[in-house]
Design a protein around this ligand. Sequence first.
Ligand SMILES: NC(=O)c1ccc[n+]([C@@H]2O[C@H](COP(=O)([O-])OP(=O)(O)OC[C@H]3O[C@@H](n4cnc5c(N)ncnc54)[C@H](O)[C@@H]3O)[C@@H](O)[C@H]2O)c1
Length: 319
Amino acid sequence: MSFEKIRVTNPIVEMDGDEMTRVFWKSIKDKLVFPFLDLDIKYFDLGLPNRDATNDQVTIESAEATLKYNVAIKCATITPDEDRVKEFNLKKMWRSPNGTIRNILNGTVFREPIICKNVPRLKYDGRFKDIFQEVYESRWKSKFEAAGIWYEHRLIDDMVAYSLKSDGGYVWACKNYDGDVQSDFLAQGFGSLGLMTSVLVCPDGKTIEAEAAHGTVTRHYRVHQKGGETSTNSIASIFAWSRGLAHRAKLDGNARLLDYTKKLEAACVGTVESGKMTKDLALLIHGPKVTRAQYLNTEEFIDAVAAQLKARLLASSKL
Ligand SMILES: NC(=O)c1ccc[n+]([C@@H]2O[C@H](COP(=O)([O-])OP(=O)(O)OC[C@H]3O[C@@H](n4cnc5c(N)ncnc54)[C@H](O)[C@@H]3O)[C@@H](O)[C@H]2O)c1
């Protein structure tokens, strides 16, 4: 049975990117977007070679187009450092595209983890604090007091404030959990960086830019370049499309498009919950002894999502 494509009346801005994410970005479009939508895309190639060729004008133009059309969907991009300048033989060390876009859109970034029921969440391990307390009480308290010092557990925010105010004179025993950058730490807490969405919202509430919170997954791209098999989680990048298109649907009052975006997201979560997933998630469920049979490769996963999406869309069109 054929599916009647959904017409999207107003354009969206697409910002293409780099490395592994660029590789599967194309598959997301070919397998999950184009078969279902009749879409007017304003395409900007933010891949590093084209940013260099255009003296980064393409980044500025893509942000200006976002202000015009209100919806941008962005692939992860390389922020060049000295090594990248050499690797790509760049004219200069171009600024972070995200920084440039954020400055032009003057927006605020909202991040949200994608929750799959079978992916275990990491819990805060508070046991270390009890052990510290027990050992302190039984072996050290009197010695500490005799020396005019003390031990206490403080929450991380309290400790950060204290360290800024104090002149030192303390030893800070810090669980590395507490030292993590907040968003990566949250993303990992919910399973994987591949499960964290990121939406830049402009103060007018009308213009947004949606993307995955993670980077271009260079480590996997190096394997891909050598012809090796990869198992990269594309869910957050798929959600960049669903979140961007859902905003388009809201602005245009397009109920069919909104329904498609909900089904696309449900297909991702449903695929994982049916036991089909990429290696990063399989590792969380099966542990370090995960076998090849327990996960899909990058393309197999997108194919599995496409199969679920088709089934969900056709089921409702038959009703
Ligand atoms: N928003 C962005 O465009 C953005 C954000 C961060 C980093 N970057 C760029 O990405 C490049 C690589 O940076 P990085 O390695 O620090 O960050 P990264 O997010 O690409 O990878 C960090 C770690 O998480 C794992 N990981 C990340 N996303 C994954 C996914 N979808 N599936 C499976 N594993 C995943 C990687 O294997 C790696 O171990 C750099 O050039 C950096 O400038 C871009």
